[in-house]
Write a protein that binds this ligand. Sequence first.
Ligand SMILES: Nc1ncnc2c1ncn2[C@@H]1O[C@H](COP(=O)(O)OP(=O)(O)OP(=O)(O)O)[C@@H](O)[C@H]1O
Length: 304
Amino acid sequence: MPIIETRNLCKRYGTVMRVTNLALQVPEGSIYGFLGPNGAGKSTTLKMILGLVRPTQGEIQVFGQPMNRGNRIAVLRQVGSLIESPSYYGHLTGEENLRIVQTLRGLPPKAIREVLEIVRLEGQRGKKVCHYSLGMKQRLGIATALLGYPKLLILDEPTNGLDPAGIQEMRELIRDLPSRFGMTVVVSSHLLSEIDQMADTVGIIREGVLVFQDTLAALHGRSRHHLALRTTNNALAAQVLREKGIGWTEEGDYLVLPILPDEQAAGLCRALVEGRLGLVRLEERQKSLEDIFLELTGGKEVSL
Ligand SMILES: Nc1ncnc2c1ncn2[C@@H]1O[C@H](COP(=O)(O)OP(=O)(O)OP(=O)(O)O)[C@@H](O)[C@H]1O
């Protein structure tokens, strides 16, 4: 059973549809990387899941239950979130800020010490939040979201504004959560590299439309190796490929083929030469993950 499932989820602002027919499936215990360029609709989607923005249309199920007015509060009690920059009382310490939330949620006092330890802020717990660095404030935001060990954690661009060391620390912190606490984590980002290092499942959104959703391994699978062939007469070369039962696609001056075993590649070269074709290039190439992401999100036609 997916922990989050949306069906035909849509959001219109004014006359423009910003999220269109979104069908998210977040598996239990996963780190689901929700990836897309700025303005693609990530925050809007996460806010709809959290009941902060009303969907124009569609359904949302969390923990297998449809979100509606009757059960929203009960469901959200098991969800921790960090959306946009967290706000705090700057004149209070980190610990005091956490105490407010702990009291409101009726949690035992020891919960504060535990979450401070998880986000490695014990040393700064007595410092006023107005003297915290941005990274410390983000970690305090995660600590707040972790209070009560929610089954589901939703983090919207948690590394925004952090320096490289802060980004790495945040990444390591998030990566451990499913195995340490059995949580499911949804984390949004506009950076492929970040999701690549953190997530095991990926959803890619472009202009409000989900253009990819599968495991990270499946996304990597798309960046597989292939052969690029250029001859003095590609039309004739294509005929040779057809005779040999080798599939290809055309990309500019090249015919793109799957990787062939050495014997078959040698046989192909022989056949091309025997057919009096000039063999200009036969090279192995690999599409980078970045290429795939740009194709999926940048409006270029996807050729995989
Ligand atoms: N309250 C609102 N009223 C009108 N338009 C909005 C509102 N909130 C968001 N939008 C628009 O909806 C689109 C999606 O915004 P959203 O913040 O969800 O994108 P995002 O993928 O989270 O991007 P970013 O990474 O920049 O936060 C944008 O074009 C944005 O301008």
